[in-house]
Ligand binder design. Structure first.
Ligand SMILES: *[C@@H]1O[C@H](CO)[C@@H](O)[C@H](O)[C@H]1NC(C)=O
Ligand SMILES: *[C@@H]1O[C@H](CO)[C@@H](O)[C@H](O)[C@H]1NC(C)=O
Ligand SMILES: *[C@@H]1O[C@H](CO)[C@@H](O)[C@H](O)[C@H]1NC(C)=O
Ligand SMILES: *[C@@H]1O[C@H](CO)[C@@H](O)[C@H](O)[C@H]1NC(C)=O
Length: 368
């Protein structure tokens, strides 16, 4: 690891209670972080051209901004895939007013994962007024994939007046970066459910370094928990292979001590067994806490527990009916590297996308 990267990493960790040196007793994790796992962001599958074309035609057919915004609000959740920058810009090109573009960006925001500094600039320049540019930056700043000074400068330079530039820099200096696997965790109670089946040992290249799927996911989950969770949030970590087990018997506060303990637990995870996704979901749902969101990551289709698309729909309907608070299940199909054939990758995407669709979650299909 070169020095510049080390510095960037230390700055990235916003929490005073967690610093790189605290990882020194965790050589494996540190090795993973050094293996390029941290700043590598694999691209997800975006919404299809077919979906986008119908959507854009629908926007065009709206006479008023108010009906157009209602249309966006109704239609955006009908697909769980994330949006690319090009797709966001194609939506903006159909919207005339700054204020409507701000509302559109608010609706799109949960389905945006990671934007390069240039992507952010391309979005901001669509807002002619400095005030809406600042509002837009506030909405999407945490999607910034690269928080270096150079990238901040590129963004700040979109603003004309010194006072606006300094406000923009303040926004950029205060962000907790959105994680390219987990996004932004805002829910009061959330579960991270991770596949540790044998295939998670397959490796891929991240920034030229070879890293296993599990090692990469461990580094991203560590980053997410350390950088984003606030002490008023509750969380738990659940793993599944043949069957499932959990870090804590119930959700705990993201206090500095618990965050440290969670990182130590993540660091020790190794692969084991088959893919029993529903066993992991069972444990996540099994709480009296007001669970809001599950973040489910897997690299396959289940070969144990509930195994069919219809079966998982029925399973989720039952879980939904049994809870007063609705639980959003955000899913990630993570199939980097490995030997899976295209049809196996497609099946995993389909299975996990169904889970997100049924629960109004977002879906990221990552394969490469
Ligand atoms: C941008 O800067 C101008 C000039 O200093 C100032 O009048 C305006 O209020 C600023 N806009 C915002 C949204 O802060
Ligand atoms: C899969 O998990 C379920 C619990 O959800 C369990 O009943 C079943 O035995 C597990 N399958 C295997 C092969 O262990
Ligand atoms: C979940 O329950 C709510 C009512 O509480 C219902 O409106 C919704 O359609 C249900 N969703 C599923 C997937 O069953
Ligand atoms: C999902 O979102 C749609 C549109 O926003 C809403 O009508 C539906 O009730 C939601 N379903 C669940 C399970 O929350």
């Amino acid at each position: 690891m070169n020095k510049v990267f080390l510095l960037a990493f230390v700055t990235l960790i916003g929490l005073p209670t967690f610093s790189f040196t605290q990882l020194k007793n965790e050589p494996n994790l540190r090795a993973n972080l050094e293996a390029g796992g941290v700043d590598f962001c694999p691209k997800p599958q975006y919404r299809s051209d077919k979906w986008m074309n119908t959507f854009l035609a629908g926007i065009q057919s709206q006479k008023y901004d108010s009906t157009m915004l209602q249309f966006l609000q109704d239609q955006i959740p009908t697909d769980s895939h994330v949006f690319s920058t090009e797709q966001i810009l194609s939506i903006f090109s159909q919207i005339t007013f700054d204020s409507s573009r701000i509302q559109a960006l608010t609706l799109l925001n949960p389905y945006i994962i990671s934007l390069t500094p240039q992507n952010i600039v391309n979005i901001l320049i669509k807002y002619p007024f400095e005030s809406s540019k600042l509002t837009a930056l506030n909405l999407i700043a945490n999607t910034l994939s690269d928080v270096s000074d150079a990238s901040k400068k590129l963004i700040v330079d979109c603003f004309t007046f010194d006072s606006n530039k300094s406000d923009a820099l303040k926004i950029l200096n205060a962000i907790s970066p959105r994680n390219c696997i987990y996004g932004t965790i805002t829910e009061k109670v959330a579960a991270f459910v991770i596949d540790i089946s044998g295939s998670m040992e397959y490796t891929f290249k991240a920034n030229g370094e070879t890293i296993s799927r599990l090692a990469f996911v461990k580094s991203q989950l560590t980053k997410t928990i350390a950088e984003q969770l606030k002490s008023y949030q509750k969380f738990n970590i659940i793993i599944f292979g043949n069957s499932a087990s959990q870090w804590k018997t119930d959700y705990v506060d993201a206090s500095p001590e618990n965050v440290q303990a969670a990182i130590a637990y993540i660091n020790k995870l190794t692969t084991n067994g088959a893919t029993n996704i529903s066993s992991g979901l069972d444990l996540a749902f099994n709480t009296k806490q007001a669970l809001k969101a599950i973040y489910l990551l897997s690299d396959g289709v289940p070969n144990s527990g509930v195994q069919t698309v219809d079966g998982i729909k029925k399973y989720l309907t039952e879980k939904n009916a049994s809870r007063t608070e609705k639980v959003v299940v955000n899913t990630i199909s993570f199939i980097m590297g490995g030997v899976e054939k295209q049809n196996e990758r497609d099946l995993s995407f389909q299975f996990l996308n169904t889970i997100a669709d049924v629960t109004n979650g977002s879906f990221k299909g990552i394969s490469g």
